[in-house]
Design a protein. Structure first.
Lengths: 178, 173, 96
């Protein structure tokens, strides 16, 4: 049944294999360059994020894609920001509902809340922490693309999918001559 | 392209690329659609009560307002919803800008974009300063809107405030 | 194989052209109509419907894709190369 494929695999020598691997690495590194370039342009650590929770429904659903920017202007009430609480990995996308700019230091005291939540985010901040500041903010949401990020959600919820995908990719690489 | 699989794959890939261009065109073209949102906030009552908060006597404000706004012009083909809020802005001795949300609403269709609310209170939001006392400064009240598109750029704005009101002295001194 | 729906080279060029023109055309029409009528759903209905129509025209092996069938050279009865078809000779002939 697989005679032709097995014969083809036996014919492959080290040089062809090396070339395949090099091609693969080239694709990965150019993708990485585009990502890092985008991060530089938007002045944000991770310029594209996938919505993970339903706390901003009906505006954002799980799987939507958000484009961030981090302009020099200060944060203002109403802005939808992506921020990270120190000590926690997961970034949160919520709206600024309170803002107090300290005159002397210029420090911004920010309180956030998800549109779909009944209470503000103080329950999500670290214990004793009542406000977040500009340094916690990864970026402001500027643009929006629906559904595209659903792949990331599927990968998160069904981690076996990652291995299946990599398995297929490897198989495809071996049998494909290009 | 010689067999079904090849042609199907080619059509799929090309359609994806063209779709991306289509989404981009929709996003950019929507920026050029004009709108004229109008609205105003009428403050009917503003009271201050003192409560013990974090071991300090703190001023909590309670407001009652009438809202009148027409945001229908913001609804175009790419408008998914509007997030609307009433915000209070004021300056104190220690903080030169303070912005607080008092009321919010999510509008999902053009027909619902006429806001005529009477005797609205800040039930969901605490009206309290970052310091224990407001200090009887003046505040402006305006309507803030944030447009969420089906695809593209988020746009927001604020209507002009037509009155500045000072915070009164506490009622339970 | 019968399920491969093969078409000849001229047919492939035709299919490629039709599919590209068709998809772009329906995207543009969808955009213009949707924008003028301010109806985003309509844009995607036109675009989606257009892809479906294009697939109907391009995927099946209609007869106008097989107007120039490949002229295979007569096979040579030799003991050694029973595996390798005479395709390469045919291609060389085409390019001269």
């Amino acid at each position: 049944m697989f005679e032709e494929e097995i014969r083809f695999l036996r014919k492959m020598n080290k040089r062809q294999l090396a070339q395949q691997i090099l091609n693969f690495l080239m694709i990965i590194s150019s993708a990485l360059m585009v990502w890092k370039g985008l991060a530089l342009y938007t002045n944000s650590e991770s310029p594209i994020v996938v919505v993970l929770s339903g706390s901003m429904e009906p505006a954002f659903y799980r799987g939507d894609l958000l484009f961030l920017g981090m302009p020099d202007e200060p944060v203002r009430v109403g802005d939808i920001c992506v921020f990270k609480i120190p000590g926690r990995d997961v970034p949160i996308v919520h709206r600024v509902i309170k803002l107090h700019d300290e005159k002397e230091t210029g420090k911004q005291y920010i309180l956030t809340k998800g549109d779909n939540n009944q209470v503000d985010d103080r329950g999500l901040y670290n214990p004793g922490q009542l406000w977040i500041h500009r340094e916690h903010i990864v970026g402001k949401v500027r643009g929006f693309l629906p559904y595209i990020g659903i792949i990331t959600i599927l990968m998160n919820d069904y981690p076996q999918l990652k291995y299946v995908l990599i398995g297929f990719l490897g198989l495809y690489m071996l049998v494909n001559r290009e | 392209m010689y067999n079904l699989a090849q042609r199907a794959n080619a059509i799929f890939a090309f359609a994806m690329t063209v779709q991306f261009g289509l989404l981009l065109s929709i996003a950019i073209s929507s920026l050029y659609l004009t709108s004229n949102p109008i609205g105003k906030v009428d403050v009917r009552e503003l009271n201050i009560w003192l409560y013990n908060y974090d071991n300090k006597e703190t001023e909590f404000a309670f407001i009652e307002m009438n809202l009148d706004a027409d945001l229908t012009s913001l609804f175009n083909w790419n408008t998914k919803q509007l997030f609307v809020a009433v915000i209070a802005e004021y300056e104190t001795k220690s903080h030169d800008l303070n912005q607080v949300v008092l009321w919010d609403s999510i509008i999902q269709s053009k027909e619902d974009a006429h806001i005529k609310e009477v005797k609205v209170r800040n039930e969901k939001y605490d009206f309290v300063d970052i310091t224990p006392k407001f200090g009887e400064v003046e505040a402006k009240y305006s309507i803030y809107w944030d447009l969420m598109p089906y695809v593209g750029f988020l746009v927001s704005g604020k209507t002009e405030s037509n009155q500045t009101i000072s915070f009164p002295a506490p009622d339970n001194n | 194989m019968w399920f491969e729906w093969k078409i000849d080279f001229e047919g492939q060029k035709r299919a490629e052209l039709i599919s590209q023109v068709g998809i772009i055309l329906f995207a543009v029409i969808g955009f213009v109509v949707g924008f003028l009528l301010q109806n985003l759903l309509l844009t995607f209905q036109i675009f989606g419907g257009g892809i479906f129509i294009t697939a109907l025209i391009v995927l099946p092996p209609w007869s106008f894709y097989n107007q120039h069938p490949i002229q295979w050279l007569p096979s040579v009865q030799s003991d050694q190369d029973k595996h390798e078809p005479e395709e390469s000779d045919e291609l060389k002939e085409k390019s001269t």
